[in-house]
Design a protein around this ligand. Sequence first.
Ligand code: MN
Length: 238
Amino acid sequence: MTFVIPAAAPVSVPVLSATVGQSFPVRRIYCVGRNYAEHAIEMGFTGREAPFFFMKPADAVLVVPPNTTGRMHYPTLTKNLHYEAELVVAIGMGGRNIRAADALQHVWGYAVGLDMTRRDLQTEMKQQGRPWCIAKGFDESAPIGPVVPAAQCTWSANSRIELAVNGVTRQSSTLGHMIWSVAEVIEHLSAAWILAPGDLIYTGTPENVGAVAVGDVLTASIAGVGDLAVSIVEGVAS
Ligand code: MN
């Protein structure tokens, strides 16, 4: 086949494993909205609703290799860039109408991610009943650490999910506070879309989201999965 324009390079995320140089190829990025009750409440909702989803383009990932600090350019058009620390599920086996009881067999691994959000634009889009794309799906909006194979992850409902800005803890919860568990998220998601290998699912953030500025360093961690560091820098994503 001959492409008439240069084909985009495949998007991939490094894998943390004994074999050096392995990567997880990214197909789609799904995100769960308001999946922790206290975060739903801070966003003005009750914390009791069926899961809902939005997407980011695959190339919105900002790959942060192990033991490095990623560099995210402060995005255009916003004055209120927010962090959201999230557990990311990496799908290894696809399917549709997957039952929660079978769902974890479809998971290849997990990662720590940030669902970066232009909160001012999100608020505006909500008020106008418009799509969230510009608030959620922009370039570099999905920083992610290495994908850790599921068998190497030791997270449980008691595992802490935390985010600090310049060393000061801002978000601190446990994965057990998710309203919809990983398995239930996969069940709901696969009823709406056919899941395929390479899909990432950002599973939602706990309470105390907040704004960051150029120069800030974000560190997110999930016990039993790993950690992620990102600095906010001036300039334009490319
Ligand atoms: Mn989120």
